[in-house]
Design a protein around this ligand. Structure first.
Ligand code: GLA
Length: 387
């Protein structure tokens, strides 16, 4: 959908006034490596996509917040109010936005009036490519632009998005997705230390290869509660380890240190979860170094190891994504392949040589039978911005 069409649609839904609405974009993300490390003080390596969510916003003269999604026209215009910023089931997708408004207000950025907001996104929802983080970052970027909150940095917008998700919508996610959506940079991935929020942009020059995403089209139920449970187990493991070592986060430990201390984790599940986080952090640091010397072979091996760890130790992969990864691993010209994002369905991400892409598409399509998979050869785009 073109931007002019979105503005036209906005005017059709909300009417014309003398104030022109403003248009914004926030991308989805794919994480190349560093999974379930972001709430354990570890490193992540995501990049923003060119897929994402567009938003058209204009101030109103009353306190209402009126939302319309081109993706869910069946919900019609959903009405909210600045004087009633609480999670409501009936409010559906607009809760992500209301949570952002609430986080702005909690930080002292009060909105003097409500707004009209129309959105349209092309990230497949429920695919693990962060359509909800994109919506939060889009809302934050639009509010900052339309209300003139110029003091807010891109990192602030990411933190506000995470707060909406944690405090308003009830998913105790880390900072990775919102950070990637807000701070992404074209053709670079973000090497982010989630303990300090220090980051560097690493150019992703895949000479003769592409990032290819396959959507398994499955999303198993209870994803949010399983996610929160993984996080709680890691926190419990940290507490136990802190009785024998002075650390602030699980990822303060190197794999060798963990091997010497893991005896304090008498619970097998807890030990496996902590092991994943600590080894995944080490893999991520090594993968970034490998990419820096153009060693795609090593980068790919580490992606594969990441998948195996998510399958066997963290147990956030599932039959469908395991099958997709196995098909990918067996194809000549695939450097590496792994489940990406929170898990329990969603997408796998692979690095595939250009000449192998047709075969990759053919094999995945013919051998993955659970659903009709969707395959995207993606580009790395910029973080959220006004258009
Ligand atoms: C989800 C969360 C992120 C991160 C990933 C797993 O995408 O939103 O914060 O924890 O899962 O790496």
């Amino acid at each position: 959908m073109r931007v002019e069409d979105l503005v036209q649609s906005f005017k059709k839904q909300f009417g014309e006034t003398e104030v022109e609405p403003a248009v914004f974009f926030a991308p989805g993300r794919v994480n190349l490596i560093g999974e379930h490390t972001d709430y354990n003080g570890g490193h992540v390596f995501p990049c923003a996509l060119t897929l994402g969510t567009y938003g058209v916003m204009r101030k109103r003269t009353d306190s209402k917040c009126m939302y319309f999604s081109e993706n869910f026209p069946k919900y019609g215009v959903v009405e909210g109010d600045l004087n009633h910023l609480v999670y409501e089931k009936r409010a559906n997708w607009t809760n992500y936005c209301a949570g952002v408004v609430k986080a702005f207000e909690d930080r002292g950025f009060k909105l003097d009036t409500g707004f009209d907001f129309l959105i349209y996104g092309n990230i497949p929802s429920g695919s693990g490519l962060s359509s909800s983080a994109a919506l939060e970052v889009l809302t934050g970027t639009a509010l900052a632009g339309v209300y003139g909150f110029d003091d807010l940095s891109k990192i602030d917008i990411a933190l506000i998005g995470q707060e909406s998700e944690n405090a308003f919508c009830g998913l105790n996610c880390g900072i990775m997705d919102q950070f990637a959506s807000s701070c992404g940079k074209k053709d670079s991935a973000i090497f982010l230390d989630t303990a300090t929020l220090e980051y560097t942009y690493v150019p992703v020059k895949l000479d003769g290869a592409k990032i290819v995403i396959v959507n398994s089209k499955v999303k198993h139920s209870l994803v949010d509660s399983a996610y929160n449970e993984r996080r709680a187990t890691c926190e419990a493991a940290l507490e136990k380890l802190q009785t024998v070592v002075d650390i602030k986060t699980l990822c303060d430990l190197k794999p060798e240190e963990f091997e010497n201390l893991k005896y304090v984790l008498d619970d097998e599940i807890m030990r496996k979860r902590a092991k994943h986080a600590i080894y995944e952090n080490a893999r991520t640091i090594e993968a970034v170094a490998a990419l820096g010397r153009n060693d795609l072979t090593r980068f790919g091996e580490l992606m594969n190891e990441s998948h195996i760890s998510l399958r066997d130790d963290y147990e956030t992969s599932c039959e469908e994504t395991d099958l997709l990864a196995e098909i990918a691993w067996s194809i000549d010209g695939v450097y590496g392949s792994r489940i990406t994002g929170g898990g329990f369905g969603g997408c796998i991400v692979s690095i595939v040589k250009d000449e192998a892409i047709p075969e990759f598409k053919r094999r995945i399509t013919s051998e993955y039978k659970a659903k009709t998979p969707e395959i995207y050869v993606v580009e790395i785009g910029d973080g959220a911005h006004a258009i």
